[in-house]
Design a protein around this ligand. Structure first.
Ligand code: 13P
Ligand code: SF4
Length: 304
């Protein structure tokens, strides 16, 4: 089949070489963007890639906090986010001032901050986590009192999994909150042989119906290794593209077609080309915030 984007993708590839740029894309990005990226991954894997890239320019195909994390880790590189409106609504559910106020109410607590948060919030935190390592991060803190922000559902899942009690912030992902228990029950009825994978950003009543609760990277690994051929996927539907591409003989069923993150979908090939041409929009975290935020991100990366 003729690739309708062939000319555009070739121009992006040529310009990428000229700029010594790397394209990092989150697993929820549009298929054509995943195809052109140098690396596609979950939040943790993308941070790890950003930390070790030798490129001068990072084109971040994801949402704002992900590009900020790259800027925190690579202050000497030019980090581009092809559309500045690509922000994560959950990350905007808490700001640094709100966190400072909450910390006053819980002076003994260590703050564990999901990477889906602003650099200013990370700077006020003790340690970051992603959905791939949140359990290990929380366990690494021993018997300390913990304030987990901003995702109450990820926090509740980790608390259940580790048996560690925590204080939560009432944030959530609107995209994952759209996946209801009825969606899983319907999909299971239609596909009785299927296993169910859910992202921990889903509501507890939804994830409790899953066989496995995993980050997007964890879902990709499970899909490769399982002998089961039918898999119901409760996360943003962009992941299905990569699951099908990597496992052409398996069947993937989206738990809900409503699970679309509109901000992730703002990134397009045209905008990537424009970013490479103009070297904008740049995401640059101010140095005083960056130094503090990096401590929390580095602590997470040391756990892996
Ligand atoms: P992952 O780290 O599992 O890819 O999740 C990131 C995210 O934003 C999920 O909504
Ligand atoms: Fe944020 Fe949810 Fe979109 Fe992930 S899927 S970027 S948590 S709004």
């Amino acid at each position: 089949m003729q690739d309708i984007n062939f000319g555009l993708t070739q121009t992006i590839r040529d310009l990428k070489i000229k700029r010594n740029a790397v394209i990092l894309a989150h697993n929820y990005q549009l298929g054509e963007i995943q195809d052109i990226a140098d690396f596609v991954g979950d939040s943790l894997e993308l941070s790890q890639q950003a930390a070790k890239t030798k490129a001068d320019v990072i084109v971040f195909c994801g949402v704002h906090f992900m590009a900020e994390t790259a800027s925190i880790l690579c202050p000497d590189k030019t980090v581009l986010l092809p559309d500045l409106n690509a922000g994560c609504p959950m990350a905007n559910m808490i700001n640094a001032q709100q966190l400072i106020e909450r910390k006053k109410e819980l002076p003994d607590a260590l703050v564990v901050t999901y990477v889906n948060s602003s650099a200013q919030v990370k700077a006020e935190s003790d340690i970051c986590c992603t959905s791939a390592n949140a359990d290990r991060v929380v366990q690494s803190l021993g018997a300390h009192k913990i304030l987990f922000i901003p995702d109450q559902y990820l926090g509740a899942y980790i608390s259940l999994k580790t048996g560690i009690k925590m204080e939560f912030w009432p944030g959530y992902c609107p995209t994952h909150a759209r996946i209801r228990p009825e969606d899983i029950l319907r999909a299971k009825k239609d596909h009785p042989q299927a296993i169910v994978l859910a992202h921990p950003e889903c509501r507890p009543e939804t994830s409790s119906l899953a066989d496995y609760v995993l980050s997007t990277g964890g879902m990709l690994r499970l899909a490769r290794s399982t002998s089961r051929n039918e898999i119901i996927v409760a996360t943003e539907i962009g992941l299905i593209y990569r699951l099908r591409k990597e496992n052409p003989h398996k069947t993937f069923i989206a738990a809900s077609e409503q699970a679309v993150c509109p901000r992730m979908k703002l990134i397009t090939l045209d905008k990537i080309l424009n970013s490479l041409e103009t070297l904008s929009p740049v995401i640059k975290v101010t140095e005083s915030v960056r130094v503090k935020a990096k401590k929390a991100v580095d602590k997470m990366l040391a756990i892996g």
